[in-house]
Design a binder for this molecule. Sequence first.
Ligand SMILES: [Zn+2]
Length: 310
Amino acid sequence: MRRVDEGSFTTGAGYVKAVGSKVTKKFEVGDPVLLSFDHCTKCTQCRTGHPAYCDLFNPLNLGGEAATFKGADGDVTGQFFGQSSFASLSAVKQTSLVNVKGLIKDEDELKLFAPMGCGFQTGAGTVVNLAAATSEDSVVVLGLGGVGSAAILVGQHSNSRCYGKGLLIDRRQAAKIVGCQKVIGVDRVKSRLELAKTLGATDCLDTSSADLNIVEEVKKLTGGEGSRIVIDTTGVPALIEAGLEFAASRGKLIFIGVPPSDYSLSVHVLTAIKVRLLSVSARSLAKAGGDRVSVRTELLTSIIHRRGDS
Ligand SMILES: [Zn+2]
């Protein structure tokens, strides 16, 4: 596969250069494809539609497999996240590929959708699937990198108009996005906060400000109730603990970020009993097989249109 995107190592996009003899899905040379994580397709998690929780996720995606592919100049052993998409040419299993032929109009658009394979679907899937957010909910997103920005984009206020760098949400289809009451972005990088506003955040909090009391601010912004959904993408203990404080009764605190390996969250049971704590494997939007395609197809064709297309 010839890779065309310039972005991350966990996702990629490119065109099929050759198809192996054991490939059973429909791929042809020249097909545009998006890359995502690998999964075994056989364990209970895979068979029940949760490949992100595959029993073999770590060995398949984090380097456990050696010499999967043979080459004239030696074996290819690196296959990070099932694909190693830092390379300009990648040998990829069919389980890591989604064929987007007919959905993508050109190479520039293919590059644009490369992040669908990890960050985008993690942030979007957390809001839609795990949090099951509704228009009645308020959402705080801690950390506005790719995952957090996707959560903002999907949770955005339904009255927002225009979003994103070169992207336009079609208002006729915006109802498909959640349209939460409040979408509050939190970060310490001003450019990310500015971007979050263009993606539909109703409010932004800058944690680089020494004067910020994030618990008080979130409660103020949510009419004293606190946020019904808190999504942490940072792994920063102070933010996670603040999130526990400003989560509303019967709210959800969702962990995506990776905290320090020796960190344990201390929970005062009588205080925290009102909040559901949920952890999410990245890529929570991903479903097995055809669902992975259909979810992306919907996102590609129904939600996001390039500016000027509609
Ligand atoms: Zn599996």
